[in-house]
Ligand binder design. Structure first.
Ligand SMILES: [Zn+2]
Length: 195
């Protein structure tokens, strides 16, 4: 259990290590904190905006979805965060992110340094990037077809009514077939001379 969960005194602390704590869900705003290490915290969902914070180490946090915009943040270590989708645009930030499967966006900002590899959807040191994108395209096309066929199936009952309306083409063809059928019956039932 970490110092936060124990209810310890956090006043004046500059370097906080609360890593490997299974109970930690939230980090309080700690005035003057410069370095935060909260790696391997399986219940952590959120990192607050802490003014003056310079380093965040939050690797292997499976529930972490977001990194806040903290002006002046210098280094961010966020490898193996499976739900992380975005990294904030902070000038001069050094990012160390690897194995983040949902990370799709790294901001284009002057002075940003990105050290990352094997993030599924980033084209940075990722030998599988093209392969991943090609697979995604195939899947997207497949799902597009499935969705379209579902839409059409829903529409069919309405289209049937429109098509077979007496004034529409289907209705006209149906009426014509019916007339032809009746004419045939009349012809067959007419008395014949030979009989
Ligand atoms: Zn804790």
């Amino acid at each position: 259990m970490c110092i936060i969960c124990k209810g310890g005194n956090l006043k004046g602390i500059k370097d906080l290590d609360c890593s490997y704590c299974p109970y930690l869900t939230n980090i309080p705003v700690i005035k003057g904190l410069q370095i935060l290490d909260c790696c391997h915290c399986p219940s952590l969902t959120n990192i607050p905006v802490i003014k003056g914070l310079q380093v965040i180490k939050c690797c292997h946090c499976p529930l972490l979805t977001n990194i806040p915009v903290i002006k002046g943040l210098d280094s961010l270590f966020c490898s193996s965060c499976p739900l992380l989708t975005n990294i904030p645009a902070i000038k001069g930030l050094q990012i160390y992110s690897s194995y983040c499967p949902l990370l799709i966006n790294i901001p284009v900002i002057k002075g940003l340094q990105v050290n990352c590899y094997n993030c599924t959807w980033l084209n940075i040191d990722n030998p599988n990037f093209n392969n991943n994108v090609n697979k995604l395209i195939v899947l997207q096309r497949l799902f597009k077809k499935i969705l379209l066929s579902k839409k059409l199936k829903k529409l069919i009952p309405q289209l049937m009514q429109i098509y077979y309306h007496p004034d529409a083409k289907g209705g006209y063809l149906d009426k014509r077939n019916l007339c032809e059928f009746i004419e045939k019956i009349n012809f067959l039932s007419e008395p014949r001379v030979c009989d």
